[in-house]
Ligand binder design. Structure first.
Ligand code: GLU
Length: 507
C-alpha cells in the first residue's frame, strides 16, 4: 500500500498552436478529477521546443482554457509555490537533476553524433534488432568519457537502463494504469535514452519527470499517445528514488471515419468552436462525454454535476468518436435554455457592428430580448442568432416576389385576395401588438378572403417576412409592430409598411 498523496494533477500543453479538442478533453478530465478529490489542478507550459513554441500560442491556449471555465490553482498567471510553471524558465533545475544522475552513475555523457547513430539505427533495423543505442559511450568507462569531455567533445547526457534485476527492479517496467490496467514493457525493449541534448535542453521525458516530481503530481492523466514514453519516465523516477505517480492514459479521439481526429474532419480547435458560436458549458459537457459518462447515464449535465460524479473507473479505454452533429445538438439544447437577455448581451457587440443597435436604451434592449427569444428556439449555435434576426430588419419585397420558391404562391390568384384583405385590415385598424390581436386579425382576414389553412397563412407570412419559413406569426407581427416604434435600434418596417411594399412589388 502506498500512502495516499494529496491529489495534484496537471495539464501540460505544448504551446505550438491553438488548444485542440483532444487537449481540452485531457484538461477537462484532469480538472474534474482534481475538483472531485478536493485536489489541485496545475497548468504547466511545456515550451522546451524553442522552434515551435510561442508566447502567442501560450496566450491562446490559456484563453481557450478560461473560455471553457477551467481554472487552475497553480500555473502561469496564477503562480504557486512550485513555479516557475514554464519549462523554458526551469533550465537550471533540469541541469542540476542531470548532474545528480551523472554523479550516481545512472546517466553518462554520450559523444556519438547524429550521423553515426542514424547509421547504427539502420544497421539494427536491417539485422532485425531493436533500435537501441549500442552503448558505445557507456562502454568507454568513466575515465575515457571524462577525457573526451575535457577535450571539449560535444555530448548529450544519456540515461542508462540497468540490465540486471535489482532489489527494486525486476528488469521489466510495469505500471497499473488507472484506465488501461496493467501495462508491461519487457526489459528487451528498453534502451538507453537521452536526458539532455547537446545544447543542454532537456528531452520531454526528462523535463516531464523532474517537473511532475517537484510539482508533487500524484496522478498523471494524459493522452494515450504518451504511453510510448511512460516506461522511460518510470525508469527515471526509480533512478532518482522518487515516488512514481499513478498513471491514467486517456484514449484517442477519432473522427467519424475512425481515423485519428484531424483537420480533415472539420474544426478541431476549441477557439474555432468558440468563434462559431458554441457555448462553453455545452463544449465542456460534450468533451467530458468523450470517453466518460456519469453513472446515471445523463447526457446533459453541469460542470458541478460532472465533478460530483467523475471517476477514472468510468473512463473508457476504447477510443472515443467525435460526433460534430451531436455536439451541435447539445449546443442547441443549452442555447435554447438560456435567458434571451443573456444571449442578447453576448451578441450585443455583433449587433452593434451590424448597425442593428443604433442607440440602445431600455426599450431597445427589451425589444431585442423579445426578438432573440423568438429566434433562439430555432438556433443551435450563437452564430445563427444574428442571421436569424435579420428578417426583422431587412425586408426586400422585390427579391421575395421573384424568389423561385415563392413564385408558385404568387401565381395563385387567391394569394392576392388574402394580401389585399390583410392590407385593408392593417390600414384600418393598425398593426397588432399582442398575440391575441394578431389572432383576431388573422380571423378577420380569413373571413374577408375566404381562405384558410396554408392558403391563408402562407400569403400572410410571405407578405410580411418575404419568406415561406420563419417563427410563429402570432409573435412576429407584434414584434414587427413594436419594433417599428422602438428607438435605439435600426429601422424596422411595420407589418403595414411591409405589405405595402410587397403589393407594390407585385405590381
Ligand atoms: N506536453 C505534452 C503534450 O502537449 C504533454 C505531456 C504530458 O502530459 O506528459 O502532449
Amino acid at each position: 500500500m502506498t500512502h495516499p498523496r494529496p491529489v495534484r494533477v496537471r495539464f501540460a500543453p505544448s504551446p505550438t498552436g491553438h488548444l485542440h479538442v483532444g487537449g481540452a478533453r485531457t484538461a477537462i478530465f484532469n480538472w474534474l478529477f482534481a475538483k472531485s478529490h478536493d485536489g489541485s489542478f496545475i497548468l504547466r507550459i511545456e515550451d522546451t521546443d524553442q522552434q515551435r513554441s510561442t508566447r502567442e500560442s501560450e496566450a491562446m491556449v490559456l484563453d481557450d482554457l478560461r473560455w471553457l471555465d477551467l481554472h487552475w490553482d497553480e500555473g502561469p498567471e496564477a503562480g504557486g509555490i512550485h513555479g516557475p510553471y514554464r519549462q523554458s524558465e526551469r533550465m537550471e533545475i533540469y541541469g542540476g537533476m542531470a548532474r545528480e544522475l551523472l554523479q550516481s552513475g545512472r546517466a553518462y555523457h554520450c559523444f556519438c553524433d547524429e550521423e553515426m547513430l542514424e547509421r547504427k539505427r539502420k544497421e539494427s533495423e536491417e539485422a532485425k534488432q531493436p533500435p537501441h543505442y549500442d552503448l558505445t559511450c557507456w562502454k568507454l568507462g568513466p575515465e575515457e568519457r571524462r577525457q573526451k569531455a575535457e577535450a571539449g567533445d560535444k555530448s548529450v547526457v544519456r540515461f542508462h537502463v540497468p540490465k540486471e534485476a535489482g532489489a527494486s527492479f525486476d528488469g521489466d517496467v510495469h505500471i497499473d494504469d488507472l484506465i488501461r490496467g496493467e501495462i508491461v514493457w519487457k526489459k528487451e525493449s528498453l534502451g538507453d535514452f537521452i536526458l539532455l541534448r547537446s545544447d543542454g535542453m532537456p528531452t520531454y521525458n526528462f523535463s516531464v519527470v523532474v517537473d511532475d516530481h517537484l510539482m508533487e503530481i500524484s496522478h498523471v492523466i494524459r493522452a494515450e499517445e504518451h504511453l510510448t514514453n511512460t516506461h522511460r519516465q518510470v525508469l527515471i523516477y526509480r533512478a532518482m528514488n522518487w515516488p512514481v505517480p499513478e498513471f491514467a492514459h486517456v484514449s484517442l479521439i477519432l473522427g467519424e471515419d475512425r481515423t485519428k481526429l484531424s483537420k480533415r474532419h472539420g474544426a478541431t480547435s476549441v477557439s474555432q468552436y468558440a468563434e462559431d458560436g458554441f457555448l462553453p458549458a455545452a463544449m465542456l459537457n460534450y468533451l467530458a462525454l468523450l470517453g466518460w459518462s456519469p453513472p446515471d447515464g445523463k447526457e446533459i449535465f453541469t460542470a458541478t454535476e460532472a465533478i460530483a460524479h467523475f471517476s477514472l473507473d468510468r473512463v473508457n479505454a476504447a477510443p472515443a468518436v467525435f460526433d460534430a452533429q451531436k455536439l451541435l445538438w447539445m449546443n442547441g439544447q443549452y442555447l435554447r435554455q438560456m435567458p434571451s437577455s443573456t444571449l442578447r448581451r453576448q451578441i450585443s457587440r455583433e449587433l452593434e457592428m451590424a448597425d442593428l443597435v443604433t442607440g440602445g436604451g431600455a426599450a431597445a434592449e427589451e425589444w431585442l430580448d423579445e426578438a432573440v427569444d423568438l429566434v433562439q428556439k430555432g438556433a443551435d449555435k450563437m452564430s445563427q442568432l444574428r442571421p436569424a434576426l435579420m428578417f426583422l430588419f431587412h425586408f426586400d419585397a422585390a427579391a421575395a416576389v421573384t424568389d423561385p420558391e415563392i413564385s408558385p404562391l404568387i401565381a395563385d390568384s387567391d394569394t392576392r385576395i388574402v394580401i389585399d384583405a390583410l392590407h385593408r385590415d392593417l390600414s384600418e385598424r393598425g398593426g397588432p401588438v399582442t398575440a391575441e390581436e394578431y389572432q383576431a386579425l388573422a380571423e378577420r382576414v380569413k373571413i374577408a378572403s375566404g381562405a384558410q389553412g396554408k392558403k391563408l397563412f402562407m400569403p400572410i407570412r410571405v407578405a410580411v417576412t418575404g419568406s415561406l419559413h420563419g417563427p410563429e406569426l402570432a409573435r412576429t407581427f407584434p414584434l414587427l409592430e413594436k419594433g417599428s416604434r422602438t428607438p435605439g435600434i435600426a429601422r424596422v418596417l411595420s407589418p403595414l409598411e411591409r405589405v405595402e411594399a410587397f403589393r407594390a412589388a407585385l405590381g
